[in-house]
Design a binder for this molecule. Structure first.
Ligand code: GLA
Length: 387
């Protein structure tokens, strides 16, 4: 991949002298969905697929962006004097947003950049291609301009830029997973205070299989921001009867005791998901520590049901994938992963059942939806770095 982006860089910008190449990963979340903006826990891991960049500083203030994934758009030009989001600037709004967020923190770039990007995450699949692009941009700015930031800062800056430059009110999970990824480990993150712990993913005899429904979601246009405000409203209502900072502060029992403070039935279901999902995540990590993979899988399945019925962020295609997965002997757990409304499922599948899984789920999906699913047996990789 290094050679591929360098070659493209040379082709577009004349030569590749002094160009540096960087990588930042995508992520898959094992459990803890839609809890990260509710002060709850998440349990994602970084993948070995992600986004690559070849970059070099320029002498002037121009910014030249090129993505090998959107080659037809050609080089998209901008300038350090125009760090504003434009619809027609398309995907470049992500790296520009990060530059804008750095500048807002007093880290101003003294000259522009030429960049070539190449991503190995299918777009809109819910595996965080945008977070990987944000973390990648932050990482290369830190390296090329000597900005003093930690990887956790990169996660915060990425989220900040996505919220305030790109209008998507995401939590911090995706950027955190990308910036703090560790090979063969998942990250047990408490989004209430960003304390975290790495958990070795010893899946003795099983693999993580990500299934892409190939139904593309557009989170900004979807219901994501609506869910977030429903939870915020439910929190306000609960705060009139119980002292909490986030829905993640409640146990299931406390929620049941106080839920009548929420004035709307839909909001009760949203809040219920946030509370129960957080508790499931804590339990799942414990189960993993006790090598109780069976319980881990059951909690994943329960997570899906809750996301489907109470949080209502699934869709027919994803439900088909999960239902078909559950039928297969050797599937330890299966659920929707990421923001929802399409994208991917994540399943833990025994080694000896992986091929059957692909065959059967693939065929049933085709038959029931007329669509084709893609399967990735994923590996867990490290955070960002220079290649
Ligand atoms: C998207 C957001 C995350 C998180 C998930 C749902 O991926 O970017 O912050 O809220 O959805 O768990």
């Amino acid at each position: 991949m290094k050679e591929t982006v360098l070659k493209k860089f040379e082709e577009l910008y004349g030569d590749a002298q002094g160009v540096k190449v960087y990588f930042a990963p995508g992520r898959v979340n094992l459990i803890g969905e839609h809890t990260d903006y509710n002060g709850g826990h998440v349990f994602p891991c970084a993948l070995t697929i992600g986004t690559y960049a070849a970059a070099r500083k320029r002498a002037d203030r121009k910014l030249n962006f090129y993505s090998m994934n959107f080659g037809e758009m050609g080089v998209i030009e901008s300038s350090l004097d125009d760090l504003k989001p434009y619809k027609e600037a398309d995907w470049t709004n992500y790296p520009k947003g990060v530059m804008w967020a750095f500048a807002g923190r007093g880290m101003t770039m003294d000259c522009g950049l030429d960049i070539v990007l190449n991503g190995t995450i299918p777009n809109g699949s819910g595996l965080s291609s945008s977070a990987s692009l944000e973390v990648l941009t932050g990482y290369l700015l830190k390296d090329l301009y000597g900005f003093d930031v930690t990887n956790i800062d990169l996660a915060r800056i990425g989220q900040y830029s996505e919220n305030n430059f790109n209008g998507m009110n995401c939590g911090i999970m995706d950027q955190f997973a990308s910036a703090m990824g560790k090979k063969d480990h998942a990250i047990f993150l408490d989004t209430a205070d960003l304390s975290y712990e790495y958990a070795p993913l010893a899946l003795s005899g099983a693999k993580i299989v990500v299934t892409n429904s190939n139904v593309k979601h557009s989170l900004v246009n979807s219901e994501y921001n609506v869910r977030r405000s429903e939870c915020e409203k439910a929190l306000e209502e609960l705060q009139t009867v119980v002292e909490i900072k986030g829905l993640g502060d409640l146990t299931e029992e406390q929620f049941e005791e106080h839920k009548s403070a929420i004035q709307d039935e839909v909001r009760v279901r949203r809040a219920k998901h946030a509370v129960y999902e957080n508790r499931r995540t804590i339990r799942a990590v414990e189960a993993l520590k006790n090598q109780d993979l069976k319980l881990f899988g059951e909690l994943m399945n329960a997570s899906h049901v809750s996301l489907r019925d109470d949080y209502q962020v699934s869709c027919d295609e994803i439900d088909v994938l999960v239902e078909e997965a559950w039928k297969i002997d050797g599937v330890i757990g299966s659920r929707i992963t990421g923001g929802g409304f399409g994208g991917c499922t994540v399943s833990i599948v025994r080694d000896d059942a992986v091929e059957i899984f692909k065959e059967k789920v693939g065929a049933a999906y085709q038959e029931r939806t007329g669509k084709t699913a893609d399967f990735y047996v994923v590996e867990i990789g490290d955070g960002p770095g220079e290649l």
